[in-house]
Design a protein around this ligand. Sequence first.
Ligand SMILES: *Cc1c(COP(=O)(O)O)cnc(C)c1O
Length: 346
Amino acid sequence: MNFDINNLTRENVKSMKPYSSARDEFEDFDTADMIFLDANENPFQNGVNRYPDPQQSSVKAVLAKEKNVNTNQILLGNGSDEVLDLIFRAFCEPKVDNIISLPPTYGMYGVLANINAVENREVLLSEDFQPQVEKILEAVDKNTKIIFLCSPNNPTANSFSDESVVELLENFKGLVVIDEAYIDFSEKESWLAKINKYPNLIITQTLSKAYGLAGIRLGICYGSVAVISVLNKIKPPYNVNELTQLRALERLSDPSKIKAEIASIIEQREQLLKVLVDVKFVEKVYPTEANFILIKVDDANKRYDELIKKGIVIRNRTTQPLCENTLRLTIGTEVENKKLMEALKA
Ligand SMILES: *Cc1c(COP(=O)(O)O)cnc(C)c1O
């Protein structure tokens, strides 16, 4: 495929150079014995009196090694939400371009389209929650810049078939963003393995779910060097703060702990699945590759309220297309899940 990122990038972004902050200009030096009088910071040390590394080199180095990509194929943001917003702002001309999303799915694609005045063309998933590739390609026109695929998908919990993803990657000339927020709970391989094969592939991941760091806000974008350098031009220089970078490094330094937590969540998920099929008002338990389960019940609003009264908050998804009377249950700790199971049986 002849792929040139310049054909997709907004005109104003094409002509931009990245903002060069004080810390950017001198980041290359061996900093230990330098005196920094360049950024109008307070010189008294307290751990965070200096601006953070705008390129987050230490965090990227760890991720690059773990994920087997180059550091210049990574962009970090204040949660995936910022990363997704940067993708809109780099490639979608307001009031001209459009994107395609596949409901029922993560709400932020539509929200960000709205904020950026970009048309969101919605092509429903099939009844078994797979992309309808033909319909998607029919919805594409010359101003379609991005297709958002969430796999495993929120709230349906399944991942999309390899064939449909490949068909979209190979037949759509714009960018295909695969949101892999839940990939660590799936047995499927990440699309990261294909990052060098498809120049139009962008993958987003996050430390908010499996990595247990929703509070620090760290989202990750992987893409071709060309895509990442466009995004780097428009990212706010200090978008990932020092405390976030330190906390991420600390967590990433102990992968066995993360693995153990993921294994425990998956084990709890499998137990909960077994119990759910025997709950009287549960009509369907959907297969899951995530840290949550989608169920269809007799009356979602009623069951939601009943659980609230028992002190358990879940997500009611009944207003989402194809999700009538569905509830989404996040997998908690063993103790929390026991309480959920007791409440459901009652
Ligand atoms: C939770 C979630 C995210 C994570 O967003 P952050 O801003 O990184 O916390 C991204 N995509 C999907 C589909 C999610 O469900």
